[in-house]
Design a protein around this ligand. Sequence first.
Ligand code: NAD
Ligand code: NAD
Lengths: 207, 207
Amino acid sequence: HIPKATIKRLAMYVQVLETLKREGSQVVSSELLARTCSVNPSQIRKDLAYFGEFGVRGVGYHVQDLIYSIKHSLGVDRVWKCALVGVGNLGKALLRHQDFKFRGFDIVGAFDCDPFKIGEEISGLEVVCTRRLKDAVKELGIEIGLITTPVNRAQRAANFLIEAGVKGIINYSPAMLTVPADIYVEYVDFFHHFYSVAFSITLDRHQ
Amino acid sequence: HIPKATIKRLAMYVQVLETLKREGSQVVSSELLARTCSVNPSQIRKDLAYFGEFGVRGVGYHVQDLIYSIKHSLGVDRVWKCALVGVGNLGKALLRHQDFKFRGFDIVGAFDCDPFKIGEEISGLEVVCTRRLKDAVKELGIEIGLITTPVNRAQRAANFLIEAGVKGIINYSPAMLTVPADIYVEYVDFFHHFYSVAFSITLDRHQ
Ligand SMILES: NC(=O)c1ccc[n+]([C@@H]2O[C@H](COP(=O)([O-])OP(=O)(O)OC[C@H]3O[C@@H](n4cnc5c(N)ncnc54)[C@H](O)[C@@H]3O)[C@@H](O)[C@H]2O)c1
Ligand SMILES: NC(=O)c1ccc[n+]([C@@H]2O[C@H](COP(=O)([O-])OP(=O)(O)OC[C@H]3O[C@@H](n4cnc5c(N)ncnc54)[C@H](O)[C@@H]3O)[C@@H](O)[C@H]2O)c1
Protein backbone atom coordinates (compact mmCIF):
# COMPACT_ATOMS: atom_id res chain seq x y z
CA HIS A 1 0.00 0.00 0.00
CA ILE A 2 1.41 3.41 -1.03
CA PRO A 3 0.34 6.36 1.19
CA LYS A 4 -1.65 9.23 -0.39
CA ALA A 5 1.08 11.69 0.57
CA THR A 6 3.56 9.67 -1.52
CA ILE A 7 1.20 9.64 -4.52
CA LYS A 8 0.85 13.41 -4.18
CA ARG A 9 4.63 13.85 -4.20
CA LEU A 10 4.99 11.49 -7.20
CA ALA A 11 2.43 13.63 -9.08
CA MET A 12 4.50 16.70 -8.18
CA TYR A 13 7.77 15.05 -9.39
CA VAL A 14 6.04 14.27 -12.71
CA GLN A 15 4.79 17.89 -12.96
CA VAL A 16 8.32 19.25 -12.33
CA LEU A 17 10.03 16.70 -14.62
CA GLU A 18 7.59 17.54 -17.44
CA THR A 19 8.42 21.24 -16.99
CA LEU A 20 12.18 20.42 -17.14
CA LYS A 21 11.59 18.30 -20.26
CA ARG A 22 9.62 21.16 -21.85
CA GLU A 23 12.65 23.40 -21.17
CA GLY A 24 15.02 20.87 -22.79
CA SER A 25 16.72 19.14 -19.79
CA GLN A 26 17.87 15.54 -20.35
CA VAL A 27 19.07 14.86 -16.78
CA VAL A 28 18.35 16.44 -13.41
CA SER A 29 20.39 16.15 -10.20
CA SER A 30 18.55 14.80 -7.17
CA GLU A 31 19.43 18.08 -5.33
CA LEU A 32 17.78 20.23 -8.03
CA LEU A 33 14.67 18.01 -8.22
CA ALA A 34 14.45 17.99 -4.40
CA ARG A 35 14.89 21.76 -4.09
CA THR A 36 12.24 22.47 -6.75
CA CYS A 37 9.80 20.14 -4.97
CA SER A 38 10.71 21.43 -1.45
CA VAL A 39 11.57 17.92 -0.22
CA ASN A 40 14.83 16.16 0.81
CA PRO A 41 16.71 14.15 -1.83
CA SER A 42 16.32 11.16 0.53
CA GLN A 43 12.51 11.58 0.41
CA ILE A 44 12.61 11.25 -3.40
CA ARG A 45 14.73 8.10 -3.14
CA LYS A 46 12.29 6.66 -0.56
CA ASP A 47 9.25 7.45 -2.73
CA LEU A 48 10.77 5.93 -5.85
CA ALA A 49 11.97 2.85 -3.94
CA TYR A 50 8.36 1.55 -4.05
CA PHE A 51 8.96 0.94 -7.76
CA GLY A 52 12.67 0.16 -8.11
CA GLU A 53 16.10 1.83 -8.46
CA PHE A 54 16.20 4.94 -10.67
CA GLY A 55 18.98 7.39 -9.79
CA VAL A 56 22.41 7.25 -11.51
CA ARG A 57 25.15 7.93 -8.96
CA GLY A 58 26.87 11.25 -9.55
CA VAL A 59 24.45 12.19 -12.36
CA GLY A 60 20.97 12.21 -10.85
CA TYR A 61 17.94 11.11 -12.87
CA HIS A 62 17.25 10.79 -16.62
CA VAL A 63 14.22 13.08 -17.03
CA GLN A 64 12.38 11.13 -19.77
CA ASP A 65 13.05 7.71 -18.19
CA LEU A 66 11.88 8.84 -14.76
CA ILE A 67 8.65 10.36 -16.12
CA TYR A 68 7.86 7.11 -17.91
CA SER A 69 8.74 4.91 -14.89
CA ILE A 70 6.57 6.85 -12.42
CA LYS A 71 3.62 7.01 -14.82
CA HIS A 72 3.93 3.33 -15.68
CA SER A 73 4.14 2.28 -12.00
CA LEU A 74 1.02 4.32 -11.15
CA GLY A 75 -0.87 2.91 -14.13
CA VAL A 76 -1.31 6.37 -15.64
CA ASP A 77 0.57 5.72 -18.89
CA ARG A 78 -2.67 4.96 -20.65
CA VAL A 79 -5.88 6.82 -21.48
CA TRP A 80 -8.60 6.89 -18.82
CA LYS A 81 -12.10 7.84 -20.07
CA CYS A 82 -13.98 10.14 -17.69
CA ALA A 83 -17.53 11.49 -17.32
CA LEU A 84 -18.27 14.88 -15.74
CA VAL A 85 -21.57 15.37 -13.90
CA GLY A 86 -22.72 18.96 -13.21
CA VAL A 87 -21.87 21.36 -16.03
CA GLY A 88 -21.84 24.59 -14.02
CA ASN A 89 -19.06 27.14 -13.44
CA LEU A 90 -16.44 24.67 -12.26
CA GLY A 91 -17.58 21.88 -14.58
CA LYS A 92 -17.23 24.13 -17.62
CA ALA A 93 -13.74 25.22 -16.60
CA LEU A 94 -12.64 21.58 -16.24
CA LEU A 95 -14.20 20.62 -19.61
CA ARG A 96 -12.34 23.44 -21.36
CA HIS A 97 -8.96 22.56 -19.82
CA GLN A 98 -6.87 20.70 -22.43
CA ASP A 99 -4.20 19.50 -19.95
CA PHE A 100 -6.38 16.66 -18.64
CA LYS A 101 -6.55 15.00 -22.03
CA PHE A 102 -2.86 15.73 -22.64
CA ARG A 103 -2.10 13.84 -19.39
CA GLY A 104 -4.23 10.82 -20.31
CA PHE A 105 -7.55 11.72 -18.64
CA ASP A 106 -10.04 12.20 -21.46
CA ILE A 107 -13.42 13.66 -20.42
CA VAL A 108 -15.68 12.05 -23.05
CA GLY A 109 -19.08 12.79 -21.51
CA ALA A 110 -20.72 15.84 -19.86
CA PHE A 111 -23.97 15.33 -17.93
CA ASP A 112 -26.46 17.68 -16.28
CA CYS A 113 -30.13 17.62 -15.18
CA ASP A 114 -30.97 21.23 -16.13
CA PRO A 115 -33.08 21.29 -19.35
CA PHE A 116 -31.51 24.64 -20.32
CA LYS A 117 -28.02 23.10 -20.24
CA ILE A 118 -28.84 19.82 -21.99
CA GLY A 119 -27.94 20.12 -25.68
CA GLU A 120 -25.37 22.90 -25.07
CA GLU A 121 -21.91 22.21 -26.55
CA ILE A 122 -18.74 22.75 -24.46
CA SER A 123 -15.29 22.06 -26.01
CA GLY A 124 -16.86 19.79 -28.64
CA LEU A 125 -18.96 17.79 -26.15
CA GLU A 126 -22.74 17.92 -26.10
CA VAL A 127 -24.26 18.14 -22.61
CA VAL A 128 -26.51 15.12 -22.09
CA CYS A 129 -29.15 14.26 -19.45
CA THR A 130 -27.77 12.38 -16.41
CA ARG A 131 -30.29 9.58 -17.10
CA ARG A 132 -28.26 8.61 -20.15
CA LEU A 133 -25.11 8.08 -18.09
CA LYS A 134 -25.49 4.30 -17.98
CA ASP A 135 -25.53 3.91 -21.78
CA ALA A 136 -22.57 6.28 -22.19
CA VAL A 137 -20.40 4.51 -19.58
CA LYS A 138 -20.93 1.21 -21.41
CA GLU A 139 -20.53 2.54 -24.98
CA LEU A 140 -17.50 4.76 -24.31
CA GLY A 141 -15.70 2.62 -21.70
CA ILE A 142 -15.86 5.34 -19.00
CA GLU A 143 -14.05 4.38 -15.77
CA ILE A 144 -13.86 7.61 -13.73
CA GLY A 145 -16.61 10.09 -12.78
CA LEU A 146 -16.06 13.77 -11.84
CA ILE A 147 -18.75 15.32 -9.61
CA THR A 148 -19.19 19.10 -9.97
CA THR A 149 -22.80 19.39 -8.82
CA PRO A 150 -24.01 21.48 -5.85
CA VAL A 151 -23.31 19.88 -2.45
CA ASN A 152 -26.89 18.64 -1.93
CA ARG A 153 -26.94 16.81 -5.28
CA ALA A 154 -23.54 15.11 -5.08
CA GLN A 155 -24.75 11.88 -3.48
CA ARG A 156 -27.42 11.49 -6.21
CA ALA A 157 -24.76 12.07 -8.89
CA ALA A 158 -22.54 9.46 -7.19
CA ASN A 159 -25.40 6.94 -7.18
CA PHE A 160 -25.94 7.47 -10.91
CA LEU A 161 -22.21 7.04 -11.62
CA ILE A 162 -21.90 3.87 -9.52
CA GLU A 163 -25.04 2.31 -11.01
CA ALA A 164 -23.63 3.11 -14.46
CA GLY A 165 -20.49 1.15 -13.59
CA VAL A 166 -17.65 3.65 -12.98
CA LYS A 167 -14.86 2.43 -10.68
CA GLY A 168 -13.58 5.75 -9.31
CA ILE A 169 -14.98 9.17 -8.43
CA ILE A 170 -13.32 12.58 -8.04
CA ASN A 171 -15.67 14.70 -5.93
CA TYR A 172 -15.25 18.48 -6.23
CA SER A 173 -18.23 19.19 -3.95
CA PRO A 174 -17.84 19.42 -0.14
CA ALA A 175 -20.36 16.60 0.39
CA MET A 176 -19.26 13.40 2.15
CA LEU A 177 -20.32 10.51 -0.12
CA THR A 178 -21.54 7.04 0.85
CA VAL A 179 -20.27 4.49 -1.71
CA PRO A 180 -19.66 0.70 -1.85
CA ALA A 181 -16.24 -0.53 -0.63
CA ASP A 182 -14.87 -1.24 -4.14
CA ILE A 183 -15.40 2.34 -5.42
CA TYR A 184 -12.51 4.82 -4.94
CA VAL A 185 -13.46 8.38 -4.01
CA GLU A 186 -11.02 11.29 -4.07
CA TYR A 187 -12.17 14.46 -2.32
CA VAL A 188 -10.97 17.76 -3.77
CA ASP A 189 -10.79 20.43 -1.08
CA PHE A 190 -10.14 23.99 -2.25
CA PHE A 191 -10.00 25.44 1.25
CA HIS A 192 -6.92 23.92 2.86
CA HIS A 193 -4.75 26.03 0.48
CA PHE A 194 -6.40 29.19 1.82
CA TYR A 195 -6.08 27.97 5.41
CA SER A 196 -2.36 27.18 4.90
CA VAL A 197 -1.56 30.62 3.47
CA ALA A 198 -3.63 32.46 6.11
CA PHE A 199 -2.03 30.40 8.88
CA SER A 200 1.53 30.98 7.57
CA ILE A 201 0.99 34.74 7.30
CA THR A 202 -0.54 34.85 10.82
CA LEU A 203 2.32 32.80 12.29
CA ASP A 204 4.88 35.02 10.56
CA ARG A 205 3.35 38.14 12.11
CA HIS A 206 3.38 36.64 15.63
CA GLN A 207 7.07 35.68 15.58
CA HIS B 1 5.85 24.40 13.04
CA ILE B 2 2.69 22.50 11.99
CA PRO B 3 3.09 20.12 9.01
CA LYS B 4 1.04 20.80 5.85
CA ALA B 5 -0.61 17.38 6.17
CA THR B 6 -1.96 18.43 9.59
CA ILE B 7 -3.32 21.71 8.19
CA LYS B 8 -5.02 19.74 5.41
CA ARG B 9 -6.67 17.44 7.97
CA LEU B 10 -7.73 20.43 10.13
CA ALA B 11 -9.37 21.98 7.04
CA MET B 12 -11.18 18.65 6.49
CA TYR B 13 -12.35 18.49 10.14
CA VAL B 14 -13.77 22.03 9.74
CA GLN B 15 -15.50 21.03 6.48
CA VAL B 16 -17.09 17.95 8.15
CA LEU B 17 -18.00 19.83 11.36
CA GLU B 18 -19.67 22.59 9.32
CA THR B 19 -21.70 19.94 7.47
CA LEU B 20 -22.74 18.38 10.84
CA LYS B 21 -23.67 21.84 12.14
CA ARG B 22 -25.73 22.51 9.00
CA GLU B 23 -27.58 19.23 9.71
CA GLY B 24 -28.26 20.27 13.33
CA SER B 25 -25.69 18.28 15.37
CA GLN B 26 -24.51 19.86 18.65
CA VAL B 27 -21.92 17.20 19.57
CA VAL B 28 -20.02 14.58 17.62
CA SER B 29 -18.22 11.50 18.96
CA SER B 30 -14.53 11.23 18.12
CA GLU B 31 -15.30 7.86 16.42
CA LEU B 32 -17.89 9.42 14.08
CA LEU B 33 -15.66 12.40 13.24
CA ALA B 34 -12.73 10.02 12.65
CA ARG B 35 -14.76 7.62 10.47
CA THR B 36 -16.15 10.47 8.33
CA CYS B 37 -12.63 11.86 7.81
CA SER B 38 -11.06 8.38 7.24
CA VAL B 39 -8.51 8.91 10.03
CA ASN B 40 -7.96 7.35 13.51
CA PRO B 41 -9.51 9.07 16.53
CA SER B 42 -5.95 9.27 17.93
CA GLN B 43 -4.86 11.24 14.81
CA ILE B 44 -7.56 13.86 15.56
CA ARG B 45 -6.39 14.14 19.15
CA LYS B 46 -2.77 14.54 17.97
CA ASP B 47 -3.70 17.22 15.44
CA LEU B 48 -5.76 19.21 17.93
CA ALA B 49 -3.07 18.89 20.61
CA TYR B 50 -1.10 21.63 18.80
CA PHE B 51 -3.75 24.06 20.06
CA GLY B 52 -4.94 22.63 23.39
CA GLU B 53 -7.39 20.11 24.91
CA PHE B 54 -10.81 19.89 23.20
CA GLY B 55 -12.53 16.52 23.57
CA VAL B 56 -14.98 15.84 26.44
CA ARG B 57 -14.47 12.29 27.77
CA GLY B 58 -17.40 10.01 26.95
CA VAL B 59 -19.11 12.71 24.84
CA GLY B 60 -16.73 13.63 22.04
CA TYR B 61 -16.50 17.20 20.72
CA HIS B 62 -18.87 20.19 20.84
CA VAL B 63 -19.33 20.96 17.15
CA GLN B 64 -19.61 24.76 17.36
CA ASP B 65 -16.78 25.12 19.92
CA LEU B 66 -14.43 22.95 17.91
CA ILE B 67 -15.09 24.84 14.65
CA TYR B 68 -14.34 28.13 16.41
CA SER B 69 -11.18 26.78 18.13
CA ILE B 70 -9.62 25.37 14.95
CA LYS B 71 -10.41 28.48 12.93
CA HIS B 72 -9.12 30.76 15.66
CA SER B 73 -5.88 28.78 16.07
CA LEU B 74 -5.23 28.89 12.30
CA GLY B 75 -5.98 32.62 12.16
CA VAL B 76 -8.87 32.06 9.74
CA ASP B 77 -11.63 33.48 11.96
CA ARG B 78 -11.35 36.81 10.24
CA VAL B 79 -11.81 38.17 6.72
CA TRP B 80 -8.86 37.90 4.32
CA LYS B 81 -9.03 40.15 1.23
CA CYS B 82 -7.83 38.46 -1.96
CA ALA B 83 -6.99 39.48 -5.54
CA LEU B 84 -7.42 37.11 -8.49
CA VAL B 85 -5.09 37.48 -11.49
CA GLY B 86 -6.14 35.81 -14.78
CA VAL B 87 -9.90 35.95 -15.39
CA GLY B 88 -10.17 32.94 -17.71
CA ASN B 89 -12.19 29.71 -17.36
CA LEU B 90 -10.90 28.76 -13.93
CA GLY B 91 -10.67 32.35 -12.68
CA LYS B 92 -14.33 32.99 -13.54
CA ALA B 93 -15.45 29.82 -11.75
CA LEU B 94 -13.57 30.86 -8.60
CA LEU B 95 -14.98 34.42 -8.76
CA ARG B 96 -18.54 33.08 -8.99
CA HIS B 97 -18.13 30.66 -6.08
CA GLN B 98 -19.83 32.18 -3.00
CA ASP B 99 -18.30 29.69 -0.51
CA PHE B 100 -14.94 31.50 -0.43
CA LYS B 101 -16.49 34.68 0.92
CA PHE B 102 -18.71 32.66 3.27
CA ARG B 103 -15.53 31.09 4.70
CA GLY B 104 -13.76 34.42 5.19
CA PHE B 105 -11.79 34.72 1.92
CA ASP B 106 -13.25 37.68 0.07
CA ILE B 107 -12.03 38.12 -3.53
CA VAL B 108 -12.28 41.91 -3.87
CA GLY B 109 -10.29 42.42 -7.07
CA ALA B 110 -10.13 40.67 -10.48
CA PHE B 111 -7.21 41.46 -12.80
CA ASP B 112 -6.35 40.55 -16.38
CA CYS B 113 -4.15 41.89 -19.21
CA ASP B 114 -6.54 41.11 -22.10
CA PRO B 115 -8.20 44.35 -23.33
CA PHE B 116 -11.37 42.40 -24.24
CA LYS B 117 -11.74 41.20 -20.64
CA ILE B 118 -10.93 44.50 -18.90
CA GLY B 119 -14.20 46.25 -17.98
CA GLU B 120 -16.23 43.00 -17.98
CA GLU B 121 -18.22 42.41 -14.76
CA ILE B 122 -18.12 39.01 -12.99
CA SER B 123 -20.17 38.48 -9.78
CA GLY B 124 -20.29 42.23 -9.16
CA LEU B 125 -16.56 42.79 -9.72
CA GLU B 126 -15.21 44.81 -12.63
CA VAL B 127 -12.16 43.23 -14.31
CA VAL B 128 -9.25 45.69 -14.08
CA CYS B 129 -5.84 45.86 -15.79
CA THR B 130 -3.02 44.09 -13.88
CA ARG B 131 -1.07 47.38 -13.85
CA ARG B 132 -3.56 48.78 -11.34
CA LEU B 133 -2.90 45.94 -8.88
CA LYS B 134 -0.57 48.04 -6.70
CA ASP B 135 -3.19 50.74 -6.03
CA ALA B 136 -5.91 48.14 -5.34
CA VAL B 137 -3.78 46.15 -2.86
CA LYS B 138 -3.11 49.35 -0.87
CA GLU B 139 -6.67 50.77 -1.03
CA LEU B 140 -8.51 47.50 -0.30
CA GLY B 141 -6.04 45.91 2.13
CA ILE B 142 -5.47 42.83 -0.07
CA GLU B 143 -3.18 40.22 1.53
CA ILE B 144 -3.52 37.10 -0.68
CA GLY B 145 -3.17 36.73 -4.46
CA LEU B 146 -4.70 33.92 -6.56
CA ILE B 147 -2.90 33.14 -9.84
CA THR B 148 -5.10 31.67 -12.61
CA THR B 149 -3.07 32.76 -15.63
CA PRO B 150 -1.56 30.42 -18.24
CA VAL B 151 1.61 28.63 -17.07
CA ASN B 152 4.00 30.90 -19.00
CA ARG B 153 2.53 34.08 -17.44
CA ALA B 154 2.37 32.92 -13.81
CA GLN B 155 5.80 34.23 -12.79
CA ARG B 156 4.95 37.68 -14.21
CA ALA B 157 1.66 37.68 -12.30
CA ALA B 158 3.55 36.67 -9.13
CA ASN B 159 6.01 39.55 -9.61
CA PHE B 160 3.11 42.02 -9.93
CA LEU B 161 1.46 40.64 -6.78
CA ILE B 162 4.66 40.75 -4.72
CA GLU B 163 5.56 44.25 -5.88
CA ALA B 164 2.01 45.31 -4.94
CA GLY B 165 2.60 44.02 -1.41
CA VAL B 166 0.62 40.76 -1.00
CA LYS B 167 1.98 38.34 1.62
CA GLY B 168 0.71 35.02 0.24
CA ILE B 169 -0.01 33.44 -3.15
CA ILE B 170 -2.21 30.51 -4.17
CA ASN B 171 -0.94 29.34 -7.56
CA TYR B 172 -3.41 27.36 -9.69
CA SER B 173 -1.00 27.15 -12.64
CA PRO B 174 1.57 24.33 -12.95
CA ALA B 175 4.45 26.83 -13.05
CA MET B 176 7.15 26.72 -10.33
CA LEU B 177 7.43 30.28 -8.97
CA THR B 178 10.53 32.11 -7.73
CA VAL B 179 9.56 34.40 -4.81
CA PRO B 180 11.32 36.10 -1.87
CA ALA B 181 11.65 34.05 1.36
CA ASP B 182 8.91 35.96 3.25
CA ILE B 183 6.18 35.24 0.66
CA TYR B 184 4.08 32.06 1.15
CA VAL B 185 3.17 30.14 -2.00
CA GLU B 186 0.63 27.32 -2.07
CA TYR B 187 0.60 25.16 -5.21
CA VAL B 188 -2.74 23.76 -6.30
CA ASP B 189 -2.27 20.51 -8.22
CA PHE B 190 -5.35 19.09 -9.92
CA PHE B 191 -3.59 15.97 -11.16
CA HIS B 192 -2.69 13.98 -8.06
CA HIS B 193 -6.42 13.25 -7.55
CA PHE B 194 -6.55 11.65 -10.99
CA TYR B 195 -3.32 9.76 -10.38
CA SER B 196 -4.64 8.43 -7.02
CA VAL B 197 -7.90 7.16 -8.50
CA ALA B 198 -6.19 5.63 -11.56
CA PHE B 199 -3.57 4.00 -9.34
CA SER B 200 -6.18 2.59 -6.91
CA ILE B 201 -8.26 1.12 -9.75
CA THR B 202 -5.13 -0.39 -11.37
CA LEU B 203 -3.96 -1.88 -8.06
CA ASP B 204 -7.42 -3.31 -7.40
CA ARG B 205 -7.44 -5.05 -10.75
CA HIS B 206 -4.00 -6.62 -10.16
CA GLN B 207 -4.88 -8.12 -6.78
N1 NAD C 1 -16.79 27.17 -8.66
C1 NAD C 1 -15.72 26.92 -7.96
O1 NAD C 1 -14.70 27.57 -8.14
C2 NAD C 1 -15.71 25.86 -6.91
C3 NAD C 1 -14.67 25.84 -6.01
C4 NAD C 1 -14.68 24.88 -5.03
C5 NAD C 1 -15.68 23.92 -4.97
N2 NAD C 1 -16.70 23.96 -5.81
C6 NAD C 1 -17.75 22.96 -5.70
O2 NAD C 1 -18.02 22.42 -7.00
C7 NAD C 1 -19.42 22.19 -7.15
C8 NAD C 1 -19.89 22.95 -8.37
O3 NAD C 1 -19.74 24.33 -8.17
P1 NAD C 1 -20.18 25.39 -9.29
O4 NAD C 1 -19.69 26.69 -8.83
O5 NAD C 1 -19.77 24.88 -10.62
O6 NAD C 1 -21.78 25.28 -9.15
P2 NAD C 1 -22.90 25.60 -10.26
O7 NAD C 1 -24.14 25.83 -9.53
O8 NAD C 1 -22.39 26.63 -11.17
O9 NAD C 1 -23.02 24.23 -11.11
C9 NAD C 1 -23.68 23.10 -10.68
C10 NAD C 1 -24.25 22.34 -11.87
O10 NAD C 1 -24.74 21.06 -11.42
C11 NAD C 1 -25.96 20.79 -12.09
N3 NAD C 1 -26.73 19.81 -11.33
C12 NAD C 1 -27.45 19.99 -10.20
N4 NAD C 1 -27.95 18.79 -9.78
C13 NAD C 1 -27.52 17.84 -10.66
C14 NAD C 1 -27.71 16.43 -10.77
N5 NAD C 1 -28.42 15.73 -9.88
N6 NAD C 1 -27.14 15.79 -11.82
C15 NAD C 1 -26.41 16.48 -12.73
N7 NAD C 1 -26.19 17.81 -12.66
C16 NAD C 1 -26.74 18.48 -11.66
C17 NAD C 1 -26.64 22.15 -12.22
O11 NAD C 1 -27.61 22.13 -13.21
C18 NAD C 1 -25.42 23.04 -12.54
O12 NAD C 1 -25.19 23.05 -13.93
C19 NAD C 1 -20.07 22.66 -5.85
O13 NAD C 1 -20.32 21.55 -5.03
C20 NAD C 1 -19.04 23.56 -5.22
O14 NAD C 1 -19.12 23.57 -3.81
C21 NAD C 1 -16.74 24.91 -6.80
N1 NAD D 1 -9.47 25.32 -16.26
C1 NAD D 1 -9.20 24.39 -15.36
O1 NAD D 1 -10.07 23.61 -14.99
C2 NAD D 1 -7.81 24.24 -14.78
C3 NAD D 1 -7.53 23.08 -14.10
C4 NAD D 1 -6.26 22.95 -13.59
C5 NAD D 1 -5.31 23.95 -13.73
N2 NAD D 1 -5.59 25.06 -14.39
C6 NAD D 1 -4.57 26.08 -14.56
O2 NAD D 1 -5.14 27.35 -14.25
C7 NAD D 1 -4.62 28.34 -15.13
C8 NAD D 1 -5.77 29.02 -15.84
O3 NAD D 1 -6.44 28.09 -16.64
P1 NAD D 1 -7.69 28.52 -17.55
O4 NAD D 1 -8.25 27.27 -18.07
O5 NAD D 1 -8.57 29.41 -16.75
O6 NAD D 1 -6.95 29.38 -18.69
P2 NAD D 1 -7.54 30.53 -19.59
O7 NAD D 1 -6.66 30.64 -20.76
O8 NAD D 1 -9.00 30.32 -19.80
O9 NAD D 1 -7.38 31.88 -18.70
C9 NAD D 1 -6.18 32.55 -18.51
C10 NAD D 1 -6.44 34.04 -18.29
O10 NAD D 1 -5.22 34.67 -17.89
C11 NAD D 1 -5.13 35.92 -18.55
N3 NAD D 1 -3.73 36.35 -18.55
C12 NAD D 1 -2.70 35.93 -19.34
N4 NAD D 1 -1.56 36.56 -18.97
C13 NAD D 1 -1.85 37.38 -17.94
C14 NAD D 1 -1.07 38.28 -17.14
N5 NAD D 1 0.24 38.46 -17.30
N6 NAD D 1 -1.71 38.98 -16.17
C15 NAD D 1 -3.04 38.81 -15.98
N7 NAD D 1 -3.82 37.95 -16.69
C16 NAD D 1 -3.23 37.25 -17.66
C17 NAD D 1 -5.73 35.67 -19.91
O11 NAD D 1 -6.09 36.87 -20.52
C18 NAD D 1 -6.91 34.76 -19.55
O12 NAD D 1 -8.04 35.54 -19.24
C19 NAD D 1 -3.65 27.62 -16.08
O13 NAD D 1 -2.34 27.79 -15.63
C20 NAD D 1 -4.06 26.17 -15.97
O14 NAD D 1 -2.98 25.29 -16.20
C21 NAD D 1 -6.83 25.22 -14.96
